[in-house]
Write a protein of this length. Structure first.
Length: 192
């Protein structure tokens, strides 16, 4: 009888591991639509990935539009301006070795350093403000965002999750809970 009680620890731990992995899947994918009770929205419905699907698409679209607007903007607070200024500061710091040239006057050293830092700044500026928007236009990135939205089907994501993640999570947590159950069972038998 004592051994059956000890064996119940093993069964209980395996059940907890199984329930934990299935709870993760339920929180990610279930339910597919919003639930209402007495006209009030039930929290955490639809499932996490169903809620975030539209948000992900809007973030991608917004990032695309924000980037193009930032390319046209001359504001110092724009994302592109910050990258350009960071590139200038990086080049300025890397060219510190020019200060070590002892036979040049300090004014000329600073002008040489500034000249090369500005060249780097202009290259970065042209790359971010001209070349990348040109590539986005040439390869029709917005069309690919629409295609991504169509292809990002939740059935495909659920299939990948079940095939590549859920099975391995179940094996891992079952093994961990089995070991914990064995330890609990042995501990119970030692104490009893």
């Amino acid at each position: 009888m004592i051994f059956l009680k000890a064996l119940s620890f093993l069964v209980f731990n395996l059940l907890l591991g199984f329930l934990f992995v299935n709870l993760i899947r339920a929180l990610l994918f279930s339910p597919k639509k919003k639930w209402y009770i007495s006209g009030k929205h039930v929290p955490y419905t639809p499932g996490f990935l169903h809620r975030k699907h539209d948000q992900l698409i809007s973030i991608i679209r917004g990032g695309y539009r924000d980037y193009l607007e930032s390319c046209k903007s001359d504001s110092r607070d724009s994302m592109i301006s910050k990258w350009e200024n960071k590139a200038f500061r990086t080049a300025w710091n890397k060219l510190e070795m020019i200060e070590g040239i002892f036979f040049l006057p300090g004014v000329i050293k600073e002008k040489i350093r500034y000249f090369f830092a500005m060249i780097y700044y202009e290259i970065v500026k042209q790359f971010f403000r001209s070349f990348i928007p040109y590539l986005m236009e040439k390869y029709r990135v917005e069309k690919y965002v629409d295609l991504f939205e169509e292809q990002l089907d939740m059935k495909i994501i659920v299939g990948y999750y079940n095939r590549y993640i859920h099975r391995y999570l179940l094996i891992f947590f079952s093994a961990m809970c089995f070991l914990i159950g064995i330890i609990n069972m042995i501990w119970f038998l030692i104490i009893h």
